[in-house]
Design a protein around this ligand. Structure first.
Ligand code: AMP
Length: 413
């Protein structure tokens, strides 16, 4: 499945293409069609699963089809940081569409408050708000929600933990009864159910619960520049005493290249990819199980279904495309309560992706120093890289983005 299967408006698809989104994540596959059908949704999904795009893309598609005269969508999020992140994602997706969004959150100085109010005076299609600030705006009559079509609650469990239950109920009292409501939460405690019963109308339930890697897996990572990867894998394979090793690379071309390089270095590896006949693949797996082969290099074809006891090391030569693949790959080691090691090589381009994986599994994976002979790798700065590469790709002059004096962009209609 690709994003083209949703038949999004061309300008929205253009935004997706320019952000490099090709394949929907499981929550996106499940939620987008339901949201396009105007149904209410209650979804259990953690950060890192792609939940933001899951709710915002169908909403953007619908906004493009309506006239833009009224505030259309309200996203409520627990923190300023999350509100800003959601706004940045919307800015990327909506870049070519003319749809505008404004984040409103507390905690800033008077200038931020004025800037938010001014931006609201200009009107917007989407507001992303923290509950406290939104209540203040509603009480002051700055925001009119009479024509709202979509209400989205993001990280609802966290909002309740922070004591926002009453605020949310109060905000909802300002909204039209006839609207679509989408509730996203990482967990489903009874209070979320209670809130859902109050505010959702016959919701479709979606549950994306991704297993986390087993306790027995020692997870580690190295920050690398691409040319350092081969040297590092050779070092690990030669220095460590691993009885059976799986190495994952992103494409079968990379698998074949790495296979040749390691064979030339005298390492007894075997490549495993979709160009091989089924019988050849079965032979390789059989030889691997009986320890005649110790090292296999493969694509994600390998990560599902291979049930071999006692794999001691899994190496992600490239960061896997999504968090679920990561869990499947590293889950090949430490099966049946044994222990194992999973090591990921992170180049500069993949930092953001890896950060998404850490978010999803809820822990920070230690970054080990490079062996001295290979030199230092890049620093781990996932947030910085993402912003830079995004701005480079688009260029500020191509769309209607307007940066205010604070550097924070409010797009106007
Ligand atoms: P979220 O769970 O919404 O916080 O998203 C986690 C990260 O995954 C964000 O950096 C998104 O930009 C990214 N992401 C979400 N969906 C996709 C996708 N289909 N393809 C590539 N990246 C994605």
């Amino acid at each position: 499945m690709t994003f083209h299967d949703f038949h999004f408006e061309a300008k929205l698809q253009e935004g997706l293409d320019s952000m490099g989104y090709a394949k929907p994540t499981p929550i996106q596959e499940q939620a987008i069609p339901v949201i396009l059908q105007n149904k209410d949704v209650i979804a259990c999904a953690q950060t890192g699963t792609g939940k933001t795009a899951a709710y915002i893309l169908p909403v953007l598609h619908k906004i493009i089809h309506t006239d833009h005269r009224h505030l259309n969508t309200l996203v409520i999020a627990p923190t300023r940081e999350l509100a800003q992140q959601i706004d940045q994602q919307i800015e990327g997706f909506a870049y070519f569409t003319g749809v505008s969004s404004i984040p409103v959150y507390g905690g800033g100085d008077g200038a931020t408050w004025d800037q938010q109010r001014k931006a609201l005076d200009h009107g917007a299609d989407i507001i992303i708000a923290t509950p406290g600030r939104l209540i203040a705006l509603l009480a002051g009559g700055t925001v009119n929600l009479d024509h709202l079509k979509h209400l989205i609650l993001d990280e609802a469990d966290r909002m309740l933990d922070m004591g926002f239950f009453e605020d949310i109920v109060r905000i909802i009292s300002y909204l039209p009864k006839e609207r679509q409501t989408l509730l996203f939460s990482a967990t489903m405690p009874p209070r979320i159910r209670q809130l859902a019963n109050k505010i959702l109308n016959h919701p479709v339930e979606i549950n994306i619960s991704i297993a986390k890697p087993a306790e027995g897996i020692l997870q580690q990572a190295y920050m690398v520049y691409d040319p350092q990867k081969v040297g590092l894998i050779k070092h690990l394979l030669k220095a460590g005493n691993y009885s059976s090793v799986l190495i994952f690379a992103s494409t079968k071309e990379n698998v074949k290249k790495l296979d040749q390089t390691l064979l030339r270095a005298g390492l007894p590896v075997k490549a495993f990819h979709s160009d091989l006949e089924q019988a050849e693949r079965e032979d390789i797996l059989r030889a691997f199980k009986s320890k005649q082969i110790n090292i296999i290099i493969g694509t994600d074809v390998l990560s599902r279904g291979i049930d071999v006891e006692g794999i001691s090391l899994v190496v992600n030569f490239d960061v896997p495309p999504d968090p679920e693949d990561y869990v499947h790959r590293v889950g090949r080691t430490a099966r049946a309560e044994t222990t194992g090691t999973a090591i990921t090589f992170i180049n500069e381009k993949d930092q953001r992706k890896f950060f998404g994986i850490e978010n999803m599994i809820g822990s920070t994976i230690p970054k080990l120093p490079m062996p001295a002979s290979l030199g230092d790798g890049p620093p781990y700065q996932p947030e910085v890289r993402h912003k830079k590469s995004f701005e480079r790709k688009k260029g500020p002059q191509r769309g209607s983005s307007h940066k205010g004096s604070s550097g924070r962009g409010f797009r106007r209609r």
